[in-house]
Design a protein around this ligand. Structure first.
Ligand SMILES: C[S@@+](CC[C@H](N)C(=O)[O-])C[C@H]1O[C@@H](n2cnc3c(N)ncnc32)[C@H](O)[C@@H]1O
Length: 258
């Protein structure tokens, strides 16, 4: 089962690295990352796990801020890329190929902070991953994870009814967003596109789940929700006309309390 997901990320690793380009897409940089950063707070000197690190730009960002970073990913190629991209830095990061569904390389109660950015919507094992995050966190440790907002995900249960392309932003303006079948928790596959608009080599699997599924998974594993955020664009930019009206991402901050 995991092999299918691993193969998708292995075969998409190179184009995914190109899309992220060491800093994330405009949606990441101008909507998601500032919110994640605020929720993480001061990371200096903290034992920090980046769970599902991709090409590792957030692991590097937080290592530069003084965190003691371990980063895991299912994809060997993405871990190798992350290692290469860290070689010239002054800090080090402990990279490991591992699986958030059962994290083999990490003992109990190891970390102060876990960041899992845009990963849990790609895994079949939400409850197991949340239990694993709970296991490897110290008591009082913080988990911050993000997903594409499940109520307004145009890959999932919804879609924009759109108008013409705006000549300035080259994006189509939105009339309204249609949502249906929100309660159907399904797996679906989508091809992502490169910056040049070409399909990735392989489709990527996504798992649509309701917000209550995410929240209840946290509380049954022994977490207390500290904050739920639906970040808005940080700049008043016409490019994000649609994202100013409905949330694109959902971000959860929880503490291990038992
Ligand atoms: C959308 S990318 C996000 C990467 C990175 N966190 C970022 O924000 O750029 C999802 C990542 O999750 C990884 N992944 C998928 N399933 C995983 C699993 N079961 N265990 C660990 N990593 C996984 C993929 O290889 C990919 O790097």
């Amino acid at each position: 089962m995991d092999e299918r997901f691993r193969e998708q990320w292995e075969s998409n690793a190179e184009v995914f690295t190109g899309l992220i380009d060491g800093e994330g897409t405009p949606h990441h940089r101008k909507i998601l990352n500032p919110c994640v950063d605020r929720l993480l707070g001061d990371v200096k000197g903290k034992k920090f796990l980046d769970a599902g690190c991709g090409e590792g730009y957030l692991a590097r960002f937080y290592a530069k801020k003084g965190a003691d970073v371990t980063a895991i990913d299912l994809s060997q190629r993405l871990i190798e890329t992350s290692e290469q991209l860290t070689e010239k830095e002054e800090f080090t990061i402990d990279y490991r190929v591992d699986n958030v569904c059962y994290i083999e390389s990490v003992p109990n109660s190891e970390f102060d902070i876990i960041l899992s950015n845009l990963v849990l919507l790609n895994v079949p094992c939400l409850d197991d991953a949340i239990k694993e995050f709970h296991r490897v966190l110290k008591l009082g440790g913080i988990l911050v994870f993000s997903i594409v907002h499940p109520a307004f995900n145009f890959y999932g249960p919804g879609s924009w009814e759109m108008g013409e392309k705006d000549p300035d932003t080259k994006r189509r303006t939105g009339f309204y967003f249609k949502v249906d079948r929100y309660f159907e928790e399904i797996e679906y596959e989508r091809y992502w596109k490169t910056k040049q608009g070409e399909n990735f080599p392989d489709p990527i699997s996504f798992f649509h789940r309701t917000l209550s599924t995410y929240l209840n998974s946290l509380s049954s594993a022994g977490f207390r929700l500290l904050e739920f955020a639906e970040p808005q664009p940080t700049e008043d930019d016409q490019f994000f006309e649609r994202e100013r009206r409905i949330p694109f991402f959902a971000v959860f901050k929880a503490m291990k309390i038992e």
